[in-house]
Ligand binder design. Sequence first.
Ligand code: 5AD
Ligand code: SF4
Length: 460
Amino acid sequence: MKRYFIHTFGCQMNVNDSLRMGEVLGKLDYRPTPVAEEADLIILNTCSIREKAEDKMLSALGRYRTVKLSRGTLLGVGGCVAQQEKDRLLKKVPYLDFVFGPDSIARLPEILQRVQDERERVVETAWVDSEEYVFPRADPETSRGKVTEFVTVMKGCDNVCSFCVVPHTRGREVSRAFPEVLGEVADLTRVGVREVTLIGQNVNSYRGGISFAQLLLRTAEVPGIERVRFTTSHPHDLSDELIEAFRLQPKIAPHFHLPVQSGSDPVLKRMRRDYTIEQYLERLEKLREARPGIAVTTDIIVGFPGETEEDFALTLALTEKVRYENQFSFIYSPRPKTGAALREKDWGAVPHEVKIERLERLQKMQRRISAEITSALVGQEVEVLVEGASRYNPLKRFGRTPENRTVNFDGDAPAGAMVKVLVEHTTPNQLSGKQTAMLMEPMVVPPPEVERPEFPQIVA
Ligand code: 5AD
Ligand code: SF4
């Protein structure tokens, strides 16, 4: 029996792709190992959203070279860097055996066969567009024992945000037919899952036979599902219908990740984001009116080409005004072939020290706002879906509130239960307290029909 090791970089789409790779390899009689040094096959599932992510993967490759030299391990690179670099990566890294794009996961058996039997160095980075694309169906057994799970509903992105490499690495949007999505959600409930997050690069432009709002409503109606989440959304696709879904269906969790990227209209225009701050705020206001208390999070890029101190001050002002629950903020990083990278000289690159200084100011402001939001919850009871033991302290339990706030608490509720927790302490991004009531016992999950000793194991 052979062993594989997958090292995953980047977003949830990649984590999901790695799980699918594990399933394909399982059928080839490969088993996962958590130790790279014991693997017969090492795959790096890569991310190219920012330069740093790419650098991290190159240094990991260097480490795995030693494993290859000592035991003849096969070494492959998948994901976004693979799609972007194609055969250039084989030239750059002479000890690499194969390179495959996100659309070629199902072809892994054939790729491995060519590498092993024909001693070829293989590059498979063809796109599979629209009707021909078959979404790999997740094996529900992979999710047994988990309370919350991700379900892919679409791939790719048809937007042209000038900083973003995703349209180049993930191709055009393809949506998964809604009966398939609902079927996968139903399968997941049978192994104990109670919360699903529908994922895609741009989920609310979903076109799989029904609208995205309808898909959320139908998902929430699957028996056993208690909460539905989704990510990621583009503000210009935030339709009235989607807002209405929040009003209608309480199982759609009150959290919206709505990347704004900048608080300045001229910057947004150069980013090709297709909305103004006024329009963004109008959407948010409607959303908050439909679901009072909804937690809003966002992504921000600082130091986009041409960003002035005044532009940045508008980002700070927006942060204060919206009072985001949390922000993921990044320093602008020019990516190959993107509009902004090509125009950076014309618009004016922001010096690195200025970028760092702005990022620090923004993050400091956000930490204060997050702390204000969470500390106001001390003394209140919150509803928590229990996911298992706390990572920090195995004697404590861990779960999340509907707003996606993480909670570590004293209690005895098993994974899958819904409990009330009295909040006693908070940090900017975490609540802690004690269990005060059981709201819902976990589902009774029948054992698997066929015993499977190991499931895909992913190192992220
Ligand atoms: N530089 C910095 N941040 C980027 N993002 C996307 N591309 C870049 C880039 N070139 C950020 C955006 C996006 C998040 C996933 O990553 O904020 O929403
Ligand atoms: Fe990138 Fe914009 Fe598409 Fe998001 S919407 S993946 S930022 S191009």
